[in-house]
Write a protein that binds this ligand. Structure first.
Ligand SMILES: Cc1cc2nc3c(=O)[nH]c(=O)nc-3n(C[C@H](O)[C@H](O)[C@H](O)COP(=O)(O)O)c2cc1C
Length: 310
């Protein structure tokens, strides 16, 4: 066991306020939660998105809002709005592979030297009191696109850079490029966080030993399929299936009761709660997983969940 940091990755549609609150209260084990990206819509940030990005956890685990932008103007609107709302650390999304975002120069589409130079200068002159970090991919179509960008990022006093060593064209599948990750690590003085396909306690431990120096990690889908993953690593105790399912029952109850309080109507609630099961098929079995997804009313849903976790 070492003292590497473990971050919970941003996952749009999954790691919202309710998930983060329940996760921190029931499992924890992570050093920070990164929110799904927020963006500018019709010239400003929607209040709902802002509410999702600014969260003070009773557990004290920091929640770091993430922004996605395609121009200096969008960047300033987002940073001003978040700072006015109390954010002290903002994460820059330079990796989203979603074509509608990339097409508008956002996410992986923002990996453009001219834009990053402008952002660097704004951060240094306008926001010198705030903390920034970045999360990026290697590029859109080529795994060399990060090279000119990293030279610029090296000039900004970032807290860290998280690298997901895939290109946007791969979306979320295919090999992560660990050779290039090592090259990236050697090319920057920033603290580098590894992100990609960490699914088990041994994966977390392995990342440190693969690279010459211990790197911090960010876990996304691994925490959706095994919410206890970071805690298991931290406490040096691998949980058996029975324990995982029993705690999952409490985790679900907490998220479900939040949605029951803030949303109304079966369909609205089902639409929000069902995604929590998307990555849990291995944990509960295919039949139970299918029954949950097929449920059309809360009564049927509750019965399917009770069967799945019995
Ligand atoms: C459904 C989904 C939504 C995501 N949303 C975001 C997001 O809002 N911001 C971001 O930087 N990355 C987002 N990602 C990427 C993840 O944060 C992470 O980089 C990627 O899943 C690889 O890590 P993993 O293998 O640990 O999941 C998303 C990924 C998925 C699958």
């Amino acid at each position: 066991m070492d003292d590497k940091l473990i971050y919970a990755a941003p996952l749009q549609g999954y790691t919202d306020v309710a998930w983060r609150l329940a996760h921190a209260g029931i499992y924890g084990g992570v050093d920070a939660y990164f929110t799904p990206f927020i963006r500018v819509e019709k010239g400003s940030v929607r209040q709902r998105d802002l509410n999702n990005a600014i969260q003070n956890m009773p557990s004290g685990i920091p929640v770091i809002p993430q922004i996605i932008f395609g121009s200096r103007d969008e960047f300033i609107i987002l940073a001003d709005t978040l700072i006015d709302a109390g954010a002290t650390h903002i994460n820059l999304n330079l990796g989203c592979p979603f074509p509608p975002q990339v097409k508008h120069g956002r996410g992986a589409g923002a990996l453009r030297a001219a834009l990053i130079e402008e952002i660097a200068s704004i951060i240094i002159t306008r926001y010198s009191f705030a903390v920034f970090s970045a999360k990026l991919r290697l590029g859109i179509n080529s795994s060399d696109e990060w090279r000119p960008i990293l030279n610029i990022l090296n000039t900004i006093p970032l807290d860290h850079i998280t690298l997901h060593p895939r290109i946007a064209a791969q979306q979320y599948v295919g090999e992560c490029n660990s050779e290039i990750f090592d090259e990236f690590l050697a090319s920057t003085s920033h603290r580098v966080v590894y992100n990609g396909d960490i699914r088990s306690v041994s994966d977390i431990a392995r990342i440190g030993s693969v690279h010459n120096i211990s790197v911090d990690v960010m876990v996304g889908r691994g925490l959706l399929s095994r919410p206890s993953l970071a805690l298991e690593y931290r406490s040096n105790e691998e949980w058996c299936h029975d324990k995982r399912v029993s705690v999952l029952r409490r985790f679900h109850e907490e998220i479900y009761s939040t949605y029951m309080t803030v949303l109304c109507g079966d369909q609205q609630i089902l639409q929000k709660i069902k995604p929590m099961w998307d990555w849990l098929e291995d944990e509960i079995g295919h039949k139970a997983w299918k029954a949950i997804h097929k449920a059309t009313t809360l009564r049927k849903y509750e019965s399917a969940v009770a069967d799945a976790l019995s």
